[in-house]
Design a protein around this ligand. Structure first.
Ligand SMILES: Nc1ncnc2c1ncn2[C@@H]1O[C@H](COP(=O)(O)OP(=O)(O)OP(=O)(O)O)[C@@H](O)[C@H]1O
Length: 525
């Protein structure tokens, strides 16, 4: 690995300096007197556990949130940043974790929306071509966003920032949706920007990436700065220790329980996606037994979302038999009917599908656990019981929040994920289906969630995990299959496959894939 430190462009003054910046919410101090300084050309990581205050700090710098106290200095001058438009006019750009593009518009139309005034689209297309050429971010300005891969969409977001010639670029978990190749490409672009003098504030839970990319790092814990480091001189383990204050627990993965009864069977599941830009599922076959964890790997957009909605019942399918849950043909059943059979699920989209943002954690617990945890008696809701269950989730899954009354939307992303996983795990289901279980979750909490899944398996639960993180799948699963273009590969025991093989399969090329495709095309005809 190359040491990023020597390429750092040194300069006399700081580009951005924060002095004693605090943000106090009614129930929590999100940022507590934070000092942070970034030089021109510096790639500066902000590290911290879920809820440490990273996103709040970035939102203050980008003018989304106003600080309760403290001072911001931009190129040596005290400033008050009251809006993102003002931040952009100073030269601050931000790429958010969740994309903010309009799918039905073209690339150039999306970019135009972020520009001041009414730019001429032909001139703007030429500028997009120039920027994409200069930074190696190929994109056709005339393409519609719905037809772009997630990596391409992120290119649009970055190009949109670059056109404004930022002198500070903030990136909030930019790689969570990218393939390893797209991550390498992104890092090349960021290094080039750094050499040209652009400062970068970079947030990520992926410590190996921080080590490869960033010159310096500030560590936050509980809203306070607790340390600084030069990532290239650290290891992912030592940075994790700086973040969580102790060594990272290792996952203990014993032998799978002797295989029990089949709890989930896909028997030729085919389903046309209701989304015109989605992926149709084609003749999927799979079995998940009690006491095993089966993983499904794949680049997002290959049918995972359609599979998840077909399994959860959100999008019931036309026939009963292709989805069998605990021996019952369940294809036409609703989510609630499937839960009654002993299934729980954790969707990928935590705000919206996994939880209702405006409801409290207790109310969100009621939504899925009312029956299994017996919150209703003789037609009356036993609210105290529901609240105690929510408190139990908070305590056992170490969810940082103000309590069971906190609205789901007030939790940091990773803490809400921990709550949703806890809510489903503590219902002790016979079958658990989860998508991206550790997305946006810090390293300590990710290890805890993975261990919880393994422990459930050891208690006899059948678990299906859909994840884009191959390392995660290899850590927790007993067998791994791959989804590509809506088709499913055979599921191999982890000992009989490798990250490289699964990587190749992710492009749809597994032994027998062609025969599988021909057979299902014949059946379609
Ligand atoms: N609008 C809000 N109202 C109340 N509390 C909030 C609000 N926004 C953030 N918080 C709280 O502030 C704290 C810091 O949250 P923040 O999102 O900055 O953390 P983070 O370090 O970015 O976490 P993650 O890695 O999970 O994204 C958390 O306790 C969170 O619950």
């Amino acid at each position: 690995m190359t040491d990023p430190t020597p390429t750092r462009a040194h300069a006399a003054g700081y580009r951005l300096e924060l002095r004693g910046v605090s943000k106090v919410y009614p129930s929590v101090v999100a940022n507590d007197s934070i000092d942070l300084a970034v030089s021109p050309g510096e790639i500066h990581a902000v590290l911290g556990e879920n809820g440490a205050g990273k996103s709040t700090l970035m939102k203050i710098i980008y003018g989304v949130t106003r600080p309760s106290a403290g001072q911001l200095l931009w190129e040596g001058r005290a400033v008050e940043i009251e809006s993102p438009a003002q931040a952009r006019s100073l030269g601050i750009g931000m790429v958010f974790q969740h994309f903010s593009l309009f799918e039905t518009l073209t690339v150039v139309e999306n970019v135009a929306l972020a520009m001041p005034g009414k730019p001429d689209l032909t001139t703007l297309s030429r500028q997009i071509d120039e920027v994409s050429e200069r930074y190696g971010l190929p994109i056709d300005p005339r393409r519609h966003v719905h037809a772009l891969s997630v990596g391409e969409r992120q290119r649009v977001e970055i190009i949109r920032c670059l056109l404004l010639q930022p002198r500070l670029l903030i990136m909030d978990e930019p790689t969570s949706v990218l393939t390893p190749q797209a991550v390498r490409k992104l890092f090349e672009t960021l290094r080039q920007l750094s050499v040209e003098g652009c400062s970068i504030l970079y947030i990520s839970h992926k410590l190996d990436e921080i080590q490869a990319l960033c010159h310096t790092a500030t560590v936050l814990r509980g809203g306070k700065v607790t340390g600084h480091c030069v990532p290239s001189r650290e290891s992912p383990e030592s940075m994790a220790r700086l973040m969580i204050g102790k060594d990272l627990p290792m996952c203990e993965h014993g032998k799978p329980a002797s295989s029990g009864e089949t709890r989930l069977r896909l028997a030729g599941l085919s389903h046309a996606s209701p989304d015109p830009f989605g992926t149709d599922l084609r003749d999927l076959h799979l079995e998940v037994r009690a006491g095993e964890i089966v993983g499904i790997a794949g680049v997002s957009g290959n049918g995972q979302q359609e599979l998840m909605t077909a399994l959860s019942g959100e999008e019931p399918i036309a026939e009963k038999h292709p989805v069998q849950i605990c021996g019952i043909e369940a294809g036409r059943l609703s989510p609630d009917q499937r839960r009654r059979l002993g299934m729980s699920f954790v969707p990928e989209d935590r705000l919206g599908r996994g939880a209702v943002p405006d409801l409290s954690l207790t109310d969100n617990a009621i939504l899925t656990a009312a029956r299994t945890r017996r919150f209703v008696s003789r037609g009356f809701l036993r609210f105290g019981r529901a609240r105690r269950f929510a408190e139990d989730c908070i305590e056992r899954f170490n969810v940082k929040c103000s309590g069971a009354n906190a609205a789901a939307k007030s939790l940091s992303g990773g803490n809400l994920q921990k709550f949703i996983i806890g809510r489903e795990v503590l219902q002790d289901p016979k079958l658990l289906i989860c998508a991206q279980p550790t997305w946006g979750v810090d390293v300590g909490a990710a290890a805890f969630i993975r261990q919880s899944l393994i422990n459930m398996r050891d208690r006899g639960c059948a678990i299906l995990v859909l994840s884009e993180e191959l390392d995660e799948l290899f850590e927790v699963c007993d067998r791994i299959a791959v989804i590509a273009k809506g088709r499913l590969s055979p599921a191999l025991p982890v000992a009989e496959t490798s990250v490289e093989t699964v990587g190749v399969w992710m492009s749809g090329m597994w032994p027998g894939a062609e025969a599988q495709a021909t057979a299902s095309e014949k059946a379609d005809a």
